[in-house]
Design a protein around this ligand. Structure first.
Ligand SMILES: [Zn+2]
Length: 377
């Protein structure tokens, strides 16, 4: 009541039209994923313990027993980061358990800072859930979790740190601050970034919806991060720092694919045309630059080696895969196989019906024929 009063007063004093504080009670994204798992294990008779969101031995033991009885392989130890994928796998295995999926109540919990302009806040509120649902339908995936999305302003994001910490327990780490710095500044629009279960959007300095960025830009930004939320939820992706690259982790989605998929599915470039590759605008970006070597762009280090290659080359590659090798459903299938603990290369071969090495060679050959050749094939 007091805080409500304060915000009403500040509205009056500043004479601004801003949205009210809509931060709901803490959701604790990661512990909610563990609770989902604990609920299901209790309901299935594999556990009789408190639903407290803590990863401990009784939950691990119950999960091992459930997995053994149902033929589910455990390839890495249960953590709060991968609990979201286990929450989903148990429900997929036994439809009765899906009643415990948090998404049954809501797929996204949105928190919008009080100083985000009302028109932007309303559009995010109205669009985000629909975009997540349309993407999951396109990929043929049932989503299980409630993901958290926070919208803040560049000038005041630090005020939201306690909330970010409550959700991730990482709000004040240097990694977190660096990521906020990177996404809150730069071109005049809404920057976004995603870790498992959480997307943060930051409205940059001077960004104004309808002036420095359009409704279309907003939709693209929402869809881009929604793709990353889905990738994390279904594939149990690890969160890695840009320099943390002692070689390739086969459990990780290559960065060219993570970003290329987000670029294609955000809707800026069509992916499904009969021409089968990507649209001319996308391909023309390679007229004056080297064709990307996807093998060099698997880890996040790829962002330093060839940033455009990751995003635009990744988009051409993903568009090509969608058109020639199995459609959107194959992408969803890839994520599910990875969520089952498969390495990326075997999940890729199963989902698209061709070996990863073969695809890399095919893609390199496309570059040698030139983009005109690609369009006319
Ligand atoms: Zn991205």
């Amino acid at each position: 009541m007091v805080s409500k009063l304060v915000s009403v007063l500040s509205l009056t004093i500043l004479g601004l039209v801003v949205s009210p504080v809509v931060f709901s009670s803490p959701v604790h994204a990661l512990s909610a994923h563990v609770r989902c798992l604990q609920d299901q294990l209790n309901a299935a008779g594999y556990r009789d313990g408190p639903v407290d969101g803590q990863v401990e031995d009784t939950t691990r033991g119950a999960l091992e027993n459930f997995a053994r009885d149902h033929g589910l392989q455990i390839r890495s130890e249960l953590t709060s980061d991968n609990a979201v994928t286990w929450c989903r796998r148990l429900g997929l295995n036994d439809p009765a358990l899906r009643a415990y999926w948090p998404s049954a109540r809501r797929p996204v919990a949105l928190s919008i800072a009080h100083d985000i302009p009302r028109d932007l806040a309303e559009r995010v509120e109205n669009r985000l859930e629909a975009e997540i649902r349309s993407l999951s339908a396109l990929l043929g995936l049932d989503l299980s979790a409630t993901d958290d999305v926070i919208v803040v302003r560049n000038e005041t994001w630090r005020e939201s740190l306690p909330r970010m910490q409550a959700l991730r327990g990482a709000g004040d780490s240097p990694f977190f601050a660096q990521a906020m710095e990177r996404h809150c500044t730069g071109t005049n629009r809404l920057g976004g970034w995603t870790v498992s279960g959480l997307t943060i959007f930051c409205l940059r300095n001077d960004a104004v919806l309808g002036e420095t960025f359009s409704e279309r830009d907003l939709r693209h930004a929402l869809r881009h991060e929604a793709v990353h939320l889905i990738q994390h939820q279904v594939s149990a992706l690890r969160v890695r720092r840009i320099n943390e690259t002692p070689g390739w982790d086969p459990h990780e989605l290559p960065i060219w694919m993570a970003e290329g998929t987000a670029v294609i599915l955000e809707g800026r470039y069509p992916a499904q045309s009969a021409v089968s590759t990507a649209d001319r605008r996308l391909l023309s970006t390679f007229d004056n630059r080297d064709w990307p070597d996807l093998r060099q762009l698997e880890t996040r280090l790829g962002l330093k080696i060839d940033y455009d290659g990751v995003y635009l080359g990744g988009a051409v590659a993903v568009s090509y895969l969608i058109a020639r090798h199995g459609g959107y459903r194959a992408l969803g299938n890839l994520y599910e196989r990875m969520g089952e603990g498969r390495h990326f290369d075997s999940a890729f071969a199963e989902a698209f019906g061709l070996p990863l090495a073969g695809f890399y060679d095919e893609f390199a050959a496309l570059g040698r024929t030139g983009t005109d050749g690609l369009l006319s094939r």
